[in-house]
Ligand binder design. Structure first.
Ligand code: 13P
Ligand code: SF4
Length: 331
């Protein structure tokens, strides 16, 4: 018997081309806007209407003029979309797409920590739950934190949660000391300074770009430290032809599109064998669950209105304290 020319039944869900055309069709049929972070797989980034860093994605969600936002990122990013654009239905292919920084900072512990530090202004990295946002004064991202800290009067003490590496980096660049929450990103914490040194020996002309969630031993070796979008701008503008990348390697997809002809080498994680430089939370979103999410209108992100309004205030402060930067062209 001849084999069917196209996959049939359940097999369709494993066929990439079929999934891509169905996602495109369903997105149009729903009038949905698809927002994606750079750590998503390349095929998802290619399907997105907008790809950006956390701050740009927050701004894109706020201005999205659509009844449905499908968010391909992690849950806290989809929560931000819902907080800033409550009239839109916000879908996330996998509600379990969390973040180790969010997990490190429970609302109960955060509340106690704030109470132990009266008189401090509470700056909180956007990688946290809506409940922690609701107890914070100002939300920051890797691209907005430095600008915001510089606007806080020098005599005002600062609490910074939950990423201690980003916090320590900001202390160094701004000269402000802050009380730091002890959280870390399980992905960026894994990058090995030894492996990076070895790569630098093998590629002496390469430039190094790192995300500020990395420990200081990595940042000290970097030519550029910044948010995912700033790293993307760096590799486009820098004259080097080889780059060592100390952030989640999903971003290399955009680098290859926007800086063709250049070479991008991901810095490996600690053991060299594991895939510990990829974010297991971001990678919970796949073409298959993006397809079922658009087909079924589920899973949907919901937030109690009171919590949404409390979390909105510190997010709006961040947006008001940072001018939009030119967005990296992805077309
Ligand atoms: P960016 O805001 O730089 O995209 O960072 C998001 C993130 O989760 C990095 O791990
Ligand atoms: Fe969270 Fe790290 Fe994944 Fe970013 S890379 S979403 S900080 S676990």
């Amino acid at each position: 018997m001849a084999l069917p020319a196209f996959p049939v039944g359940q097999d369709l869900i494993h066929d990439q081309q079929w999934l891509i055309s169905e996602i495109t069709r369903l997105k149009k049929a729903r009038g949905a806007v698809l927002l994606a972070h750079y750590y998503q797989e390349g095929a998802i980034q290619d399907l997105a209407d907008f790809v950006g860093d956390s701050l740009e994605l927050a701004r894109a969600a706020k201005r999205a003029n659509a009844s449905t936002i499908v968010f391909c990122g992690v849950r806290f990013m989809a929560e931000v979309a819902k907080i800033l654009n409550p009239d839109a239905e916000v879908l996330l292919p996998d509600l379990e797409a969390g973040c180790s920084l969010e997990e490190s900072c429970s609302p109960e512990e955060y509340r106690r920590w704030r109470e132990e530090h009266p008189g401090h202004v509470a700056l909180t990295y956007i990688n946290c739950s809506a409940a922690v946002k609701a107890m914070s004064d100002i939300i920051v991202t890797s691209s907005s934190a430095e600008t915001i800290i510089r606007q806080i009067p020098v005599e005002t003490p600062i609490l910074f949660a939950p990423d201690r590496h980003l916090g320590a980096y900001l202390e160094r660049v701004t000269g402000r000391s802050m009380v730091l929450w002890p959280g870390t990103c399980i992905v960026h914490e894994q990058f090995s300074a030894k492996a990076l040194m070895e790569l630098k020996v093998d590629h002496p002309d390469a430039a190094v770009a790192a995300h500020p969630e990395c420990p200081d031993a990595i940042l000290a070796l970097a030519d550029h430290v910044g948010s995912t979008s700033s790293i993307l701008r760096f590799v486009q503008q820098h004259p080097a032809t080889t780059f060592l990348i100390a952030t989640e390697p999903g971003i290399i997809h955009q680098m290859e599109r926007l800086a063709p002809g250049k070479k991008f080498i991901p810095v490996p994680g600690g053991s060299g064998e594991c895939a510990c430089n990829t974010c297991p939370y971001m990678k919970r979103n796949t073409l298959a669950n993006l397809y079922t999410c658009l087909r079924d209108g589920q899973p949907r992100l919901e937030l109690p209105e009171e919590l949404r309004l409390q979390a909105l205030r510190p997010l709006e402060r961040m947006l008001a304290m940072t001018a939009p930067t030119p967005v990296v062209a992805t077309d």
